[in-house]
Design a protein around this ligand. Structure first.
Ligand SMILES: [Zn+2]
Length: 209
């Protein structure tokens, strides 16, 4: 991931994603259709997704379907390739460590590189709808900024702290072909896959060939 130059970084204000969360999330998922979730091993999860270039009705429909799918699977974030679509889009409905709810969608996300003094690592538990039933501790910075575009193609920036920062990093990783288990030690990864094998997913998933 390339770092944007600082002029560009200063040009976009952070969006407000904490207002009317219930209304916005409900409207999306009521227009959408829930789709089954792809799981680790499905090729669509293990390669970089294509950039969004058309900000049209079919993108809006995809985002609605993603909100519907996220709700069915009781997730706090969902990337398009988790419903089998090869496009750089993620949605989220996530609480931060202060209990504030954030709802939104980001196309073509790029994470800011954090200055060293802002890199405070937090090693909370992490899970993923595409690795159903598994959890593992993973150290990640407790602050994140993601830049991209909204559903209309307008530039946006989203900032998050705590668990929401983790969500922004996790979802951006998805769109570049990485699952959180790819960031674990060999042993922890194996343990996560064992947890997954031992539990039945509580939502519809796409069977791997
Ligand atoms: Zn995930």
């Amino acid at each position: 991931m390339a770092q944007q130059d600082s002029d560009q970084q200063d040009s976009v204000e952070f969006i407000v994603d904490t207002e009317d969360c219930e209304e916005r999330e409900t409207a999306h998922r009521e227009r959408g259709t829930s789709r089954p979730i792809t799981v680790v091993g499905n090729p669509v999860l293990h390669k970089e997704c294509k950039d969004v270039t058309e900000f049209d009705d079919s993108l809006a429909q995809l985002i609605d379907d993603m909100f519907a799918s996220q709700r069915t699977a009781e997730g706090v974030g969902l990337a398009a390739n988790q419903i089998g679509v090869d496009l750089k889009v993620f949605v989220y409905d996530c609480l931060d460590d202060e209990g504030v709810r954030h709802v939104g969608a980001v196309c073509n996300p790029v994470l800011d590189d954090l200055p060293a003094e802002r890199r405070v690592l937090d090693d909370s538990n992490e899970g993923c709808l595409s690795v159903p039933g598994a959890y593992a501790e993973l150290a990640r910075p407790d602050y994140a900024v993601v830049r991209g575009q909204n559903a209309k193609g307008e530039p946006i920036a989203v900032q998050g702290t705590g668990y929401f920062a983790r969500c922004l990093q996790h979802e951006t990783d998805h769109l570049y072909g990485y699952l959180y288990i790819d960031r674990l030690s060999k042993r922890d990864r194996k343990d996560a896959l064992r947890q997954m094998a031992e539990r039945e997913p509580r939502y519809p998933v796409v069977a791997n060939d």
